[in-house]
Design a protein around this ligand. Sequence first.
Ligand SMILES: O=c1[nH]c(=O)c2nn[nH]c2[nH]1
Length: 295
Amino acid sequence: ARLAAARYGKDNVRVYKVHKDEATGTQSVTEMTVCCLLEGQIETSYTEADNSVVVATDSIKNTIYIKAKEHPVNPPELYAAHLGQHFLDKYPHINAANIKVIVHRWTRINIDGKPHPHSFYRDGNETRNVEARVSREAGIELKSAIQGLSVLKSTGSAFHGFVRDEYTTLGETWDRILSTDVDATWNWKTFATVADVEKGVERFDQAFEAARNITLKTFAEDESASVQNTMYKMCEEILEKAAEVEVVGYSLPNKHYFEIDLSWHKGYKNTGKDAEVYAPQSGPNGLIKCEVARS
Ligand SMILES: O=c1[nH]c(=O)c2nn[nH]c2[nH]1
């Protein structure tokens, strides 16, 4: 037998960092969950119980905290680049670091119309994520994402004209509920160094805001003919907005809401244009994926 692939490290490292603006007394907080997996000349730790090549996962966890102390944790793309590059700079036998940063939402609470200086609430399970691969071979590869942004529209969605054959029972509809959990990703051009990531660093927050706003606006305003077509429009707009992004992808579950025929009860009308009471489905769900690149 031979070792075909190997990477190891620490997962589920929860990190919180506060920034205190002395001048205004305003405090800002960031909470994230980090995974960091290393690759390199570590084969003998698997094949020969040679631990001399192992940077302990406990040390990797410590490094995640130290780098959060030494460097900004925002944007997460910059923190991930600093963290990954550290392992290449410190350990000659480590050739790649695979990092995932999941940033949780702490949104500032507005009290009587005024933003509170140090109080926040979790407005949804949506997260902002970054996956970074920092390697000697390729440099810094960054993939940003929005995950878990649940949306629903009560109309403005249709689905008709699809294949009808002996396997088809689904009726055509010109007016349906559309609901999904947004999983949007955008891949950046490769950065050669951390300095290159740092130069024009505002690009990352701008792309995140653009991707989130385009997703919500297109979802709301598009007279959707299908999940496929609506998500394609989102990708086109994000590519247009973010010059240094090479590929945009979406993976959208179609979370179905079924009409309930209540005509058995006193002839109640509750289907088609009279539908008001629906049965939200936990599964099965449609799952529609795409990746869109520049032509
Ligand atoms: O938007 C949709 N796309 C599909 O491919 C599909 N299949 N069933 N319902 C669907 N809705």
